[in-house]
Structures are given as C-alpha cells and as structure tokens.
Design a protein around this ligand. Structure first.
Ligand code: PMP
Ligand code: GLN
Length: 386
C-alpha cells in the first residue's frame, strides 16, 4: 500500500441519479422517462452544419471565451428576446454545457464559509458545487404541490454570510416557472447587498400555456449581479453536444473566465461554428414551447388512464406525479420497482433533496416520441392496473 490518503471533497456524493437510472433502463430494457433527453432526432439542418464545420476544417481550439460569431449571435438573440444589450466580447462565455457554466459561476464567487441559498428540490449539481467550494448551502423548500418560492423565508434566511442565491426557471425537476413578481421580489431583496444571483435558465424556450420566460436578463438591476446560465442541448434537442454559455456583467465575467480557463479552457469548435449561423433563425427556438407543450399534453392525456396524480408543469421537459392511490412506498423504492417490474424508468424527486426524509413524488420526462410515451404508459397500466 502506498502511504497516500486524502479526504473526499464530496464524501456524501454517490453517482448522479440520472446515470444510475439510465444504466438501470439499459439493464432492464425499460422505457427511459428518467434522464432528461429527447429520443427524437435533432434538427437535421443544424446537424449538417456541424458536420460541414468539421469537414471545412474548424477542428482546432476555439478562443477560450468562445467562437466570436456565436457570441455575437447570442448577443443579438438576447437583445431580440429580452431587450438587453450585452457585449459579446466581455459578457458572454461559451462553455461545454450548462453544468460547467453553473460550476464556474459558483466557484468564481464562493469563499469557504459563504452561504448560498438554494431551493429544494434542487437540480442535482448545485449543492455539490457549493460544497466543493467549502461554502454552505442554505436550503429553502419550495411549497408542495405548486413548487413556489416563499420570499419571506428567503428574507429570513439572508445573513451577512449570504454570498449567492441560485434560481432555476423553468424548474427541474418540477416544471414550475418564476413570475415577474418573483423576479421583482428577488430584485428588491438583494438590492444594496453583496449577494450574487446564479440563474439557471437552460429551459428558457420551454415555457407553456402562453406564459413568458422571466429571464434575469429582463431585469437590468438584477443582471448587474448575476451569472445567467444556458444550454444549447435543450434548445436544439442535442444534449450530447454539451454546449452552453454564461452571460454576466464584464467584471463578473472576468472572474468566471479565470476559473473556466483552467477548467475546460474552451468548448468543441464545430458546434459553435454551426450554431453561430443557425441561431439567427429565430423561428426554430420560438416554436419549441408549442412543440414541447404538445408532448406534455399528450403525456397528461395518456396518464389519465393510470392512478398517478400529475402535478402542474408550466415548462421544461418534466412533469411530476404523486401516487397516493397506488402505493405508500418512498419514491426511490417505487422508481426501482417500476424499472425492474414494469419496465419504465422515472426519477425519484427525493434525489433532488439533500436530507433523507422520504418523498413520494416521481419525475417523468416527456421530451420523447409519442410511441415512447405510449409504450411507457401502456406498461404502467399493465403493471399497476387502472
Ligand atoms: N440545469 C438544469 C436545470 C438542467 O436540467 C440541466 C441538464 N440538462 C443542466 C443545468 C445542465 O445542462 P448541460 O447538459 O448543458 O450541462
Ligand atoms: N438535466 C438532465 C435531467 O435532469 C440530466 C443531465 C445529466 O444527466 N447530467 O435529467
């Protein structure tokens, strides 16, 4: 034995629930409504542009902050959608995925002992990102079943050590969205403080029922203290491309890039070249909400034949369901049983909470072909009965 020893940076972290459940889906030949990825083809025009970028020779390092024409297209899109002028040179950084953007943002600002307010259920990377920086997650539960933020609780949780608040709209895993009033309350709470905002908006183009996405970018005062994180994987149904970006004011971007340059340094060049031109086609992303809303509604209709009680989803790829008429077992147990015995993979929402209190909510991903959704619900009905 070598005389080596170290203490784990994340002693309580296992393998992410998405990896675990997708591996089980393969093992049990189950329909995967767990991990959030589409099973339909991505836009073929964009796929061809990426292939062309490779054969055209765009195969060397992109600039650290990203391919400039892509940053310019993003700035144009931000102006078009949110009426905010951002500088592509000093305020936009392209990174390999939203996960990387969130990590770099938190790492750029956190010192040991800083407190970060997060809302649970929370996307699974936030709390480990906080812990790895030796900062302290201050967890505030979202209300059940509508998963809203109680801003009075946030106000009471703020201390002199609060360094950041992480928000996520549309929300994974619940599909809830923040309203203009939420953003205004957040803005009022942080005004005059040293609190930063990390806003995870990877599902910005998946907002249903005619509602509008309330981006931090619509609120210049809030943006002045924010890192706003996005993912092209969710925009163009190509999660495997792992391409995202962070928009933040120049001073914050400087710190963000100090971390990022020694992390990934730069992102895959051909997809940046491809999206730089494709992003100018507004119609493609403007249609996404309607398309995904149809998937949501199709799934909700199919699920009426089961005893699940689906909660409301206003955006994202996801909808949650409770199952009091089916079983009283904890969601992790039910998710495992449904995988092995019904052949359907879901995600137990307790995986998005840090404490071990049992939860009884499953998350279903509906960004799937109709046939996939039909097969999954058929299997649920056969196994659970009506
Ligand atoms: N945030 C949320 C809320 C997500 O659901 C995901 C996963 N898609 C990410 C961030 C990470 O995005 P990416 O796959 O681009 O890293
Ligand atoms: N965001 C996806 C989900 O919530 C998964 C991403 C991942 O596997 N890291 O299912």
């Amino acid at each position: 034995m070598l005389p080596l020893s170290f203490s784990s940076k994340l002693p309580d972290a296992g393998t992410t629930i998405f990896t675990v459940m997708s591996a089980l889906a393969i093992e049990h030949n189950a329909v995967n409504l767990g991990q959030g990825f589409p099973d339909f083809p991505m836009n073929q025009e964009l796929a061809c542009l990426a292939a062309k970028a490779i054969t055209d020779g765009y195969n060397q390092y992109a600039p650290m902050a990203g391919w400039m024409p892509l940053r310019e297209s993003i700035a144009e899109k931000v102006d078009f959608l949110y009426s905010l002028s951002v500088d592509p040179d000093s305020e936009i950084t392209i990174v390999p995925g939203g996960t990387c953007a969130i990590y770099c943002a938190l790492t750029a600002i956190l010192q040991p002992g800083d407190e970060v307010i997060v809302f649970e259920p929370a996307y699974d990377s936030y709390i480990p990102n906080i812990l790895v920086n030796k900062a302290v997650p201050i967890k505030i539960p979202l209300s059940i079943p509508d998963f809203r933020i109680d801003w009075n609780s946030v106000k009471s949780a703020i201390t002199e050590k609060t360094r950041a608040i992480v928000i996520n709209t549309p929300h994974n895993p619940t599909g809830s969205i923040l309203s203009a009033s939420d953003l205004q309350q957040l803005s009022a709470l942080v005004k005059g403080t040293g609190i930063y905002v990390v806003s995870d908006e990877v599902y910005e183009h998946l907002v249903f029922d005619g509602k509008q996405h309330e981006s931090v970018l619509r609120y210049p005062e809030l943006f002045a203290r924010s890192f706003v994180c996005y993912s092209f994987g969710k925009v163009y149904n190509c999660t495997g491309w792992k391409l995202g970006y962070c928009i933040s004011p120049a001073e914050l971007t400087t710190e963000f890039r100090k971390i990022y340059q020694f992390n990934a340094f730069s992102a895959f060049t051909p997809t940046q070249v491809a999206i730089a031109s494709f992003l100018k086609n507004h119609a493609v992303y403007l249609e996404l909400s309607q398309q995904m809303q149809e998937n949501r509604d199709y799934f909700i209709n199919l699920m009426r034949a089961t005893d699940f009680n689906l909660l409301h989803s206003s955006g994202s790829y996801f909808i949650c369901g409770t199952y009091e008429r089916i079983s009283d077992e904890p969601d992790k147990d039910l998710a495992l049983r449904l995988t092995k015995e019904a052949g359907v993979v879901t995600i137990p929402v307790s995986a998005f909470y840090q404490d071990s209190t049992e939860k009884r909510i499953l998350r279903f991903c509906f960004s799937k072909k109709k046939e996939t959704l039909e097969l999954a619900v058929d299997r649920l009905i056969k196994y659970l009965g009506h």
